[in-house]
Design a binder for this molecule. Structure first.
Ligand code: NAI
Length: 255
């Protein structure tokens, strides 16, 4: 049976991915702050290390899939927390579980990015440079100095996408695929928190995808399951937008 680790498996998109992978016959090892096979806090280095060790024990050192979904939105309590969970909570899981994936069958990694990652100027942010240099302390202090959680969110999603594309070159020869799925607005507790926020609510409400509605988590999970499946065996190092046309609407001449 295919064994897949899913972070953020207790809620929203991660829970929907978990359900569809189980329906497709995977054994899922969920990681989350609560209601998961492995309870861990991915915001700290110790929590991430404990999560990796518990996952390696649960899969007995051999893994076929990893889906990193755990993340915080712009309403999180600080920019540094967003950086730690959204970037290091994904990259350290990839790095820690790669040896087990290398022993798996047709192994595949999927990172959940965001349509927010294409906001202009992300590549110029000092916090992004620090993330890509694997400097968590530097990235956290740069993010807090900027003092804009929305920028920390978009920057973390841009950085994790660059990380994945760089890893594609390293992991491809080892037989491990890696891709990014970039959702638009999806009806989950994370989006509800943004809608209810005095700073962001109106902008989120006004930014409507061309299809005229938000996604249900299951619509994101369908693409995630495809990307993790044998049918996607030549899909590697790419970013798939599942956003109802948001990316096409904002930058139709760039792809
Ligand atoms: P959600 O809030 O429903 O689920 C996020 C999950 O991550 C929760 O179960 C939460 O406990 C877990 N998590 C958060 N911090 C954690 C920590 N320190 N340690 C362990 N687990 C932690 O949110 P949603 O919407 O399902 O988000 C999933 C992913 O999708 C996130 O990476 C988010 O950035 C991304 N996304 C969501 C969009 C949306 O409109 N909902 C749009 C684009 C991307």
């Amino acid at each position: 049976m295919t064994v897949t680790v899913v972070t953020g498996s207790a809620s929203g998109i991660g829970a929907a991915i978990r359900d569809q992978l189980v329906q497709a016959g995977h054994r899922v090892i969920g990681i989350d702050r609560q209601n998961a096979e492995i309870t861990a806090d991915l915001s700290t280095a110790d929590g991430r290390q404990a999560a990796v060790e518990a996952a390696l024990r649960a899969c007995e050192g051999r893994l076929d899939g990893l889906v990193c979904c755990a993340g915080l939105g712009p309403t999180a309590s600080s920019s540094s927390l967003i950086v730690s969970v959204n970037y290091f909570g994904m990259t350290e899981l990839v790095n820690g579980l790669t040896p087990a994936l290398a022993r798996g069958t047709a192994p595949a990694i999927l990172l959940i990015g965001s349509v927010a990652s294409v906001h202009p100027g992300m590549d110029k942010l000092p916090m992004v440079t620090a993330m890509l240099n694997d400097d968590e302390a530097g990235a956290r202090s740069q993010a807090d100095a900027m003092g804009a959680t929305q920028a920390a969110y978009a920057g973390s999603k841009y950085a994790v996408t660059v990380f994945a594309r760089r890893q594609a070159v390293v992991l491809g020869p080892r037989g491990i695929r890696i891709n990014v799925l970039a959702p638009g607005a999806v009806d989950t507790p994370l989006l509800q928190a943004s809608l209810a926020d005095a700073r962001y609510g109106e902008a989120v409400r006004n930014f409507v995808a061309p299809v005229g509605r938000n996604a249900a988590p299951a619509e994101i999970a369908g693409m995630a399951c495809f990307l993790q499946s044998a049918q996607a065996s030549f899909v590697h190092g790419t970013v798939v937008f599942v956003d109802g046309g948001m990316d096409a609407m904002t930058r139709s001449d760039r792809f």
